[in-house]
Design a binder for this molecule. Structure first.
Ligand code: SF4
Ligand code: SF4
Length: 374
């Protein structure tokens, strides 16, 4: 049977930045957290993700004996400026659908284990970050993220992937503790625009912009529209403000060429007016948490961002989407966004739209008019 050293060498050969080993014991502390905060996580069950089931690797892989955790740095190249601050950095490089580099390297790693008589499984509901800390690969931040102990300049710009195996490897020394410097005044908690971080290592995912941007139901509540700012899909704010990430952020990183080539597809006006075909061909393969049936949410998010941009160039586009969309949530947000941009042109357009609208969008326009005229 292959040794731990041979597994590490293979992971390194495949380009993984770090690798660690832990037992396949249940994550009991996480079971307690999920029980205590059941209300915060019940929506995930509705999305088909059973986190409690994932806390015991044996639930999905009864022969589980160890977990090998792989670490990959996902922010080696910068986003082009048109995308920065609008899309979470991890998403455009997520190649699970396009089957790019990380997908292929993970498959090659599993093939290597299989060829050596070891069966593997990567349960999507495994608490991968907890497994990484238990394998001695990182410590936690108060923002609930994991920070590498060795690579990526000790930052949180890492993907951690737990591979459950049916062979026992000697576990590494856990580092399952918070690693924030005492002098940090919890910048992440203070900077979270929607108060999703309710305390150290405590998050209400239902308030997190990432969740709201791809799973939020109904029109985004009024009080969250401005705090959600320019984020369309995901949010990196609690990582951007973190001093533990400064060393990585201070680098002059080259622009991600692959993402740069696609940047034109993600222009706000194209996203606002896209049809299903455009979405499926150009957007979904890279950002796939929403299906083509949820185009309304994409458009609603983009309309909100246009409003928060305060750029009057977008008013005509918002008027157009208001007229063309059948979805009340998109119409309502377009009305709000025109009011958020403000100014005399916005007021003129809102007055015109007032006579063409009924129901919730009309109410949004009435409220928007109050704001532009005050
Ligand atoms: S901002 Fe401060 S408290 Fe928050 S994760 Fe970073 S170091 Fe920790
Ligand atoms: S990702 Fe954004 S919204 Fe979510 S906890 Fe961090 S700062 Fe708050």
């Amino acid at each position: 049977m292959i040794t731990k050293r041979e597994v590490i060498e293979q992971a390194q050969k495949l380009g993984f930045d770090d690798v660690g080993f832990t037992t396949a014991h249940p994550f009991e502390a996480q079971q307690k957290v999920l029980t205590e905060r059941a209300e915060n996580y019940s929506w995930l069950r509705e999305k088909g993700m059973d986190l409690m089931q994932g806390t015991d690797p044996k639930n999905s892989f009864p022969e589980a004996k160890s977990i090998i955790v792989l670490v990959d740095t996902y922010f080696r190249h910068a986003f082009p400026s048109s995308l920065a601050g609008k899309f979470g950095r991890c998403y455009l490089d997520d190649d699970r659908v396009t089957r790019g580099g990380l997908y292929r390297r993970t498959k090659a790693f599993r093939d290597f284990l299989t060829a050596n008589g070891i069966a593997t499984k990567i349960p999507s509901n495994l608490p991968h970050r907890l497994a990484a800390a238990r394998a001695g690969l990182g410590t936690f931040g108060k923002n609930c993220l994991i920070y590498s102990n060795k690579v990526a300049r000790l930052s949180s710009w890492i993907v951690v992937l737990g591979v459950v195996v049916n062979h026992e490897f000697e576990p590494d020394q856990p580092t399952s503790v918070e690693g924030c410097p005492k002098w940090c005044k919890s910048s992440c908690i203070a900077a979270c625009p929607t108060n999703a971080l309710t305390g150290p290592r405590t998050i209400d995912p239902r308030k997190c912009i990432s969740f709201l941007s791809y799973y939020g139901e109904g029109i985004t509540p009024l009080e969250l529209r401005e705090p959600m700012g320019m984020w369309i899909y995901g949010c990196d704010r609690c990582q951007n403000v973190c001093p533990r990430n400064e060393a990585w952020l201070a680098q002059d990183l080259p622009v991600n060429k692959v993402v740069e080539e696609r940047a034109g597809d993600f222009e706000l006006t194209k996203l606002l007016h896209m049809d299903r075909e455009y979405f499926m061909q150009r957007i979904w393969p890279h950002m796939f948490y929403m299906s083509a049936d949820e185009l309304w949410r994409w458009k609603m998010n983009v309309a909100r961002v246009m409003g928060n941009s305060h750029d009057s160039e977008y008013i005509s586009h918002l008027v157009r989407v208001f007229a063309e969309s059948d979805d009340l949530r998109v119409k309502g947000m377009a009305g709000w966004a025109i009011g958020q941009i403000g100014g005399s042109q916005a007021e003129k357009e809102l007055n015109k739209l007032l006579y063409e609208s009924i129901g919730m969008p009309r109410e949004e326009i009435i409220q928007a008019l109050k704001r532009v005229t005050r």
